[in-house]
Write a protein that binds this ligand. Structure first.
Ligand code: URP
Ligand code: ZN
Ligand code: ZN
Length: 486
């Protein structure tokens, strides 16, 4: 008689904190035992020689999300979650994106209908707030936060999404009052748009000029401004997709001052440079994202930030626009000026293997930090821990059984997203999951996807501890309550 639904035998279980050679017993989708030589399971997996890791959480990806520029993302909730699973991710947190004039509640309903019946992995939603009206901040948002949408992204750039500083302050104050986590896209809009216009006037319209317009200084300035505003409101803040030294310096300084300031980076800032945008013809458009990849020296700063704790999360920022799709990168035709090209690169499936290969295998990154950056910290930051993000008794059995020696050559043909290119074509990677389990169910094994569309469930998020204010108002004035203590 089987004691467990599933036993994973003989592997090395690695969490953000521990490494233990033990079996994992699973019942009703949960981890129920971690011990040597567990009794029989109805199903058994031999993990000898493998690492048994918490499945990844990709907490920044754009799935079935119409872009603010009108382009269409290539992945829906089926292809997106399948691709994620094949790279060891077991949970995604994409965005329910408000466009101006839309009710947030209606936006959330719309994204649920996009996910239901399709997702093979569990998912939560961040909100994107582009229209912070009194109704949105006073009524819709508080109700949605209570219903489990406890994080939201705001933008300091993009014509259709950007908030001015006053609106940013209003959103931060709402987050402080309600206990939610704010993520910010920090680039100075006017600098980018002024530089873009000057470049266009001078005929510099090729993809490589995207990286010139989106100057590191524009990211640095907006990062500093965002940090300043979070300090004034006394609320934690997470800076997403940080590209290099200039922003990192400000983040590190703020963290050293004791602010609750979190940061995220992504594969494109480790594995691409601005030179990749300078490809013949329109090819460079494939690598266009915002902020853009910088240079080799900045890649080193990003690695350093990962190994020294500046970054809390490593997400993909998967924003997949096909190259040959008239609704993708070529929405405005072949050789469209860079201002009119959709921003974003794919990365859901390669996120963990490439960080493992170039980080853990090279000895730059500790395996526990790898787990924390790819899974545990996101669960904590966004209110999913300990259901997700770890292997512990009571947690969901979301597990990647990882072959640390498996050699893979990345190519568009072996990936499972719905893209017609990968920025990482031809890269040699060592270390890839051989089995991915979601709530104890095998969803990917030895190159085969075994999950039924629609098995993924929506995850309401708790209010994260990480979003709690320091209680250290600037100059004694508490802008949310109006209290003043000199
Ligand atoms: O270029 C990018 N990152 N596109 C996706 C949208 C965003 O700002 O994250
Ligand atoms: Zn962004
Ligand atoms: Zn993004």
């Amino acid at each position: 008689m089987a004691e467990y639904d599933l036993v994973i035998r003989g592997g090395t279980v690695v969490t953000a904190a521990d490494k233990t050679a033990c079996d994992v017993g699973v019942k009703d989708g949960k981890v129920v035992a971690l011990a040597d030589k567990l009794g029989p399971g109805a199903e058994e997996i031999d993990a000898t020689g493998k690492l048994v890791l918490p499945g990844g959480i990709d907490s920044h990806c754009h799935i079935d999300q119409p872009s603010s520029m009108g382009a269409t993302t290539a992945d829906d909730f089926h292809s997106g979650t399948v691709s994620a699973a094949c790279g060891g991710t077991t949970c995604i947190i994409p965005f329910a994106a408000q466009h101006r004039g839309q009710s947030l509640r209606a936006v959330v309903q719309d994204y649920h209908s996009r996910a239901e019946g399709k997702a093979v992995l569990d998912y939560a939603f961040h909100l994107i707030i582009s229209d912070p009206t009194e109704q949105v901040l006073g009524q819709e948002l508080p109700a949605l936060i209570k219903a489990g949408y406890t994080s939201f992204k705001i933008y300091m750039t993009y014509d259709a999404l950007k908030l001015d500083d006053r609106q940013v302050l209003d959103v931060l104050a709402t987050a402080r009052r309600e206990g939610a986590m704010v993520m910010v896209h920090a680039e100075n809009h006017d600098v980018i748009s002024w530089l873009s216009d000057r470049l266009h006037e001078a005929g510099h319209v090729a993809p490589k000029f995207h990286a010139v317009a989106h100057a590191a200084a524009a990211e640095r300035e907006a990062t500093h401004r965002a940090i300043t505003m979070s300090e004034i409101v006394d609320v934690p803040l997470l800076i997403v997709h940080v590209s290099g030294k200039e922003a990192i310096d400000h983040i590190r300084t703020a963290q050293a001052r004791g602010l609750r300031l979190y940061a995220e980076t992504c594969p494109q800032y480790l594995f691409l440079t601005a030179d990749d945008l300078d490809k013949p013809g329109f090819e460079g458009a494939k690598m266009m994202c915002s902020p853009p990849p910088r240079d080799a020296a900045n890649q080193e700063f990003v690695w350093n930030g990962l190994t020294t704790g500046v970054f809390e999360v490593f997400s993909s920022d998967h924003a997949p626009y096909r190259f040959d799709d008239p609704e993708g990168k070529k929405m405005h035709g072949e050789n469209a000026p860079f201002k009119k090209v959709a921003n974003g690169v794919p990365g859901l499936e390669i996120r963990m293997p490439m960080l493992f290969s170039e980080g853990v295998r090279t000895g730059r990154l500790d395996i526990h930090d790898f787990v924390a950056l790819c899974s545990t910290n996101a669960a904590k930051l966004y209110g999913l821990y300990p259901q997700k993000g770890t292997i512990a008794v009571g947690a969901d059995a979301d597990i990647a059984i990882w072959d640390p020696d498996k050699e893979v050559t990345v190519s568009v043909d072996m990936l499972h997203d719905n893209m017609d290119y990968t920025p990482y074509e031809g890269r040699r990677v060592t270390g890839w999951p051989v089995i991915t389990l979601s709530r104890g169910e095998v969803v990917w094994r030895d190159g085969k996807v075994t999950a039924e569309p629609g098995r993924g469930r929506f995850l309401p998020c708790a209010l994260p501890d990480a979003a709690k204010p320091l209680g250290r108002p600037v100059h004694g004035f508490q802008p949310v309550t109006g209290d003043y203590t000199p």
